[in-house]
Write a protein that binds this ligand. Structure first.
Ligand SMILES: *Cc1c(COP(=O)(O)O)cnc(C)c1O
Length: 450
């Protein structure tokens, strides 16, 4: 008699990973190094430490150590919200009438409402340990700002958050949550930095972009004594911290004797996807298994599917280092899209390299189609997903529908990165039939290429 797999597979607290897994160590083609815009040379640790914490710089540059110990203080905080549950989506399978077995790793089960807390805790911890006086960062949809505000408050560090103006206006309650956790929040572009003033002069009506908010946060950090800047995605160190998602997911699946045929995740800067796929990509790289890996991005900001694999700046004002990545150009400001966390013009250099090497696939989806998936998923599973996460749901549903066609009982794992309670105006638009799909033309994309 076969034993029914439970609705939720929850590992015990002592199974919170004690080490992060560094996928770079097993990659043959490593992600290309960050370059200094001044010299065109690969950046050395001493050039990165004026902006970033020392320990995080070490992690950023470490392409060889496969496992890195998670400090006890970080593990302790992790244990307040991890291990995160792995769900078997029985009711979604039923609704789709698919033979596929669908699993999702739910990372929205903490107050920040997303996976971002995994890296925020680590970054705030290393900043405090270094004796810093405070941190600056940017936030798009607000999830990263919330997560970092929680982490900074825990470790007793002041924080200034530059929030993309569009989200700042659209999500006043997200703003209040960040303030409740004690952080200062400024709508970007703002008149508090040269970068912000420059962008405002050129485009006075702009609702901002992540690239622009990054410029402001970096400038603020390097001009304030004792402050450093932290970033919630894109960088190698962030993907490293997010590996806890994949490590737990793999272990939970092993408990019920399952292994994914396909792993699906949404991709903004690439951190949740990089974390979710890490141990599965390791199996692929070492020849132990061959799961398909699928990145899903918005059709309005299609960096992998329509960008170029070149060196580009990570910000609009061109003050950050150059990263080799799939990019739409650092001046690119995507059209209206409610998935604020997926509006970055580039993609993590690590994922970009894997994609370039054919180890990962990528697809893009329009937002009305994505919200249709979100609504279907909400009704079936009783969890209201973030618009970003709904891209992964769309991708997983499309895989499951393909299984229905072919009759294959594939095992699909996707990352449910967060909840969408602050995105109800987007749901309202979707339900009211006023949501639009903005897809840039080739000509528009070319106009942003550097
Ligand atoms: C930020 C965010 C994303 C996208 O960021 P990645 O770095 O690509 O993971 C996806 N989902 C949620 C809920 C987010 O907050």
């Amino acid at each position: 008699m076969s034993v029914k797999i439970p609705n939720r597979i929850i590992l015990p607290e002592d199974k919170v990973p004690q080490q992060w897994y560094n996928l770079r160590a097993d990659m043959v083609n490593k992600p290309a190094p960050l370059l200094s815009p001044a010299t065109g040379e690969a950046l050395k640790a001493e050039e990165l430490t004026p902006v970033f914490c020392e320990e995080l710089v070490k992690q950023e540059l470490d392409d060889t150590t496969p496992y890195i110990d998670i400090p006890e203080e970080v593990q302790e905080y992790y244990r307040t919200f991890r291990p995160a549950p792995l769900h078997r989506a029985y009711r979604l399978e039923q609704a789709l009438d698919t033979p596929a077995r669908i699993y999702f790793k739910f990372e929205g089960n903490n107050t920040s409402g997303s996976h971002k807390l995994n890296s925020a805790v680590a970054q705030a911890y290393f900043a405090k340990k270094q004796g810093l006086k405070g941190l600056t960062t940017e936030t798009g949809a607000g999830q990263w700002g919330t997560a970092l505000a929680m982490a900074c408050t825990h470790f007793g560090l002041p924080l200034t958050v530059y929030m993309v103006k569009g989200s700042y206006l659209q999500k006043p309650y997200r703003r209040s949550v960040i303030q409740t956790f004690g952080a200062e929040i400024i709508a970007s572009p703002s008149d508090t930095t040269n970068a912000g003033r420059g962008i405002l002069a050129k485009r006075p009506g702009t609702t901002g972009s992540l690239g622009c908010a990054i410029s402001e946060a970096v400038e603020k950090a390097v001009t304030t004594e004792g402050y450093k800047y932290v970033l919630g995605s894109v960088l190698n160190q962030v993907l490293l911290h997010q590996s806890v998602i994949g490590l737990e997911a793999k272990e939970a699946m092993e408990l019920v004797d399952e292994y994914p045929d396909v792993v699906v995740g949404c991709a903004g800067g690439g951190s949740n996807l990089g974390g979710l796929i890490a141990p599965f990509m390791q199996d692929k790289l070492l020849g132990r298994a061959n799961p398909r890996i699928v990145a899903v991005e918005p059709a309005s900001c299609p960096s992998l599917t329509r960008g170029r694999f070149v060196y580009d700046f990570c910000d609009t004002a061109q003050i950050t280092p150059l990263a080799k990545m799939y990019t739409l150009g650092c001046g690119f400001i995507p059209g209206a899209n409610h998935a604020g966390g997926l509006r970055f013009h580039g993609m993590s250099p690590l994922l970009s390299q894997l994609y370039h090497d054919g180890l990962m696939e990528a697809i893009s989806r329009e937002q009305t189609n994505v919200f249709a998936a979100a609504a279907l998923f909400s009704k079936a599973e009783g969890i209201l997903p973030a618009p970003e996460s709904a891209h992964a749901i769309r991708g997983a549903i499309d895989e499951a529908l393909a299984c229905k066609e072919s009759g294959e009982a594939k095992v699909i794992l996707f990352g449910l990165t967060g909840t969408g309670y602050f995105d109800m105006s987007a749901y309202e638009q979707y339900l009211g039939g006023t949501m639009t799909d903005e897809i840039p033309t080739d000509e528009e994309l070319r106009s942003f290429e550097g």
